[in-house]
Design a protein around this ligand. Structure first.
Ligand SMILES: [Zn+2]
Length: 596
């Protein structure tokens, strides 16, 4: 019988190990600040919130003096992939509400959440595939998605999304006019039918709009909420009352609206030493970008969005903090801190802004288990120094983050970024001589990096094609060379197709070729002009281009790296030799490709 007390002992020590006691901490409970509280967390839940409590014997005790404990933050507009949800958690965002994303990824994430295993990343709910028309906004990202073709199909279309797992329905009602573009979009009848179809299944319907008129039309069609505000003009004086009368909510997404009006929305965070160690170089580059503005009209104004937020607040319309993370000028998790600041600048009190990122989205999205610091709720918690209920910038002084009661090792994010960066600082093994490939062994292998692969505009929705084959006869009397041929399609304005070399360990992973000054290669071909593209980490995913002619005789070209928009050899991600953008067939050979 000896094993019984042992079992008992182990059960006891397990439960006490899962206890955390916050002593004498200011609590923002989702609506207001409560001074000097004690909060006990056990087995993933908040079990006591009170004053004068004593810590259980084996609890981890956290001194809350001078600090504020908040519910984990909820970002009500994101697009997540890769490690986005881990990054989000490092910044205290414990739930993301995705407004369009990959349905398979979201399904995998949801099942991990249901199993209670998602303690080292943010939770996610997702709209899955958004509702748009053929060629409409949402179809331009190079991934084939189903589109709605008529109002009578709305119910079956929405049912198919729900069958894929969509937690709510996101509808695009935007013809691009605000941005000087023109896309097809849903007709008013399709909009109304889709909103009704969502409601028939008990799902929320959120609408992406691009201007004031569409915002009104969406609310009039019965939308539960707007997924963005507009920047085309100031609100009419009755807009707030109109939205309030329809009991709708709004996710302003001020961060991305700043980016849309030409200023990287969360850009200032890139230089905040409390945040910058948690960003990869790509995330830093994304944070510092705005959307490209087309010259000339139409004009857009961020001030219009601020004026609308003021009106919505005065009319008591629920406002939800959302960043549209995944877009230029944003970053998962971090950008929500900027959104809170922008909401306060637009007239919310700090406590109202905090509610917009905690209790309000939890209530609206029926997340009854989170969004407040209250007994019985999930222990998704953020501890900061100072008092964000009086100074919203205090949310950035993060002391700790807990997901379902488990303390998140925030440094795991910054450490893995630092070690990745250190690895990339080494010149790739095999790159000493600089020769990439001479193809003389008859294969398209390379002396270093991830080697050669075919790259075409299919990844951006184009239809160009290419193939690469090692052929007999190389430059300078050598045995072999690489033939690249294909067809450039006219389906896509920025068409390209060709052969890509990736100097890093994986395709598009940056490599440090800082010791190299130029790109050299030999070429011959059909006499046409071709392009060599370089992708460098410092320029994001913008292709840097030089042109060359592939004539009847072999000829060597030498391009200084600096001729590609001033870059040097650090952080080179890819080198592409290809045809386009003029449509038609192309054929060239390359040989003795080298970084020297
Ligand atoms: Zn979005």
């Amino acid at each position: 019988m000896r094993f019984i007390p042992l079992l008992l002992l182990s059960a006891l020590s397990q439960s006490s190990a899962a206890q955390t006691f916050f002593h004498n901490v200011r609590v923002f409970d989702g609506a207001r600040a409560l001074p000097s509280r004690d909060v006990l967390v056990q087995d993933g839940k908040i079990v006591r919130v009170g004053t004068g409590l004593s810590a259980p014997a084996n609890a981890t005790v956290i001194d809350g003096a001078g600090k504020t404990l908040l519910p984990g933050l909820i970002d009500a507009h994101t697009h997540a992939w890769g490690t986005a949800l881990t990054t989000a958690l490092a910044f205290g965002v414990t739930t993301e509400l995705e407004m369009f994303g990959d349905t398979g990824t979201a399904r995998a994430w949801r099942s991990e959440q249901r199993a209670g295993k998602a303690t080292s990343r943010a939770d996610i709910l997702s709209a899955g595939t958004l509702v748009t028309v053929k060629g409409g906004h949402g179809t331009e990202y190079g991934q084939a998605i189903p589109t709605l073709s008529s109002a009578s199909d709305a119910q079956s279309f929405v049912d198919a999304r729900i069958a894929e797992g969509s937690d709510y329905v996101k509808i695009v009602y935007d013809d691009g006019r605000t941005y000087g573009s023109s896309w097809p979009t849903l007709s008013p009848e399709m909009l109304r039918a889709t909103v009704s179809a969502a409601h028939a299944r008990g799902k929320l319907a959120l609408v992406h709009i691009g201007d004031l008129a569409s915002a009104r039309a969406a609310i009039d069609a019965g939308a539960d909420g707007l997924a963005h505000l507009f920047v085309d003009r100031d609100p009419d004086p009755e807009l707030g009352a109109f939205i309030a009368a329809h009991k709708a909510f709004v996710v302003p997404t001020l961060t991305v609206l700043k980016s849309i009006t030409g200023i990287p929305g969360a850009g200032p965070l890139a230089d905040d030493p409390r945040f910058s160690p948690f960003f990869t170089k790509q995330e830093l580059s994304m944070l510092k970008q705005a959307f490209p503005r087309r010259p000339g009209p139409p004009t857009v104004s961020y001030a219009s969005a601020e004026a609308t937020v003021k009106q919505l607040r005065a009319a008591h319309v629920p406002i939800l903090a959302g960043t549209d993370a995944g877009n230029p000028g944003t970053a998962h998790g971090a950008a929500l801190h900027r959104e809170l600041e922008l909401l306060v600048n637009a007239g919310l009190t700090p406590a109202e802004a905090l509610a917009s990122a905690t209790s309000i989205p939890a209530t609206i999205f029926h997340l009854a288990d989170r969004g407040r610091v209250a007994e019985g709720l999930r222990a998704d918690l953020l501890l900061v120094t100072g008092d964000p209920t009086t100074d919203i910038l205090a949310t950035r002084d993060i002391v700790g983050v807990w997901k379902q009661g488990v303390a998140f090792k925030r440094e795991s994010v910054s450490e893995s970024i630092a070690s990745e960066a250190a690895a990339q600082n080494q010149m790739p093994a095999g790159a000493e001589s600089g020769l990439v490939s001479d193809f003389d062994d008859g294969t398209p292998t390379s002396k270093f990096g991830a080697g050669w692969s075919v790259s075409t505009d299919a990844m951006a929705g184009g239809k160009s094609t290419a193939e690469m084959i090692v052929v007999d006869g190389g430059a300078d009397g050598s045995a072999k060379s690489l033939a690249i041929r294909g067809t450039i399609s006219d389906a896509f304005k920025q068409a390209w197709a060709g052969a890509m070399f990736s100097p890093g360990k994986q395709i598009f992973q940056p490599a440090n070729l800082g010791a190299k000054k130029e790109i050299r290669f030999w070429t011959k071909g059909d006499g046409k002009t071709y392009r060599v593209f370089v992708f460098a980490e410092s320029k994001g995913y913008v292709p840097l281009t030089q042109t060359f002619v592939a004539g009847a005789e072999w000829k060597e070209y030498v391009f200084p790296l600096a001729s590609f928009d001033g870059i040097d050899g650090r952080g080179i991600m890819a080198l592409i030799f290809g045809g386009g953008p003029a449509p038609g067939s192309f054929a060239l050979q390359i040989d003795h490709v080298a970084f020297k």
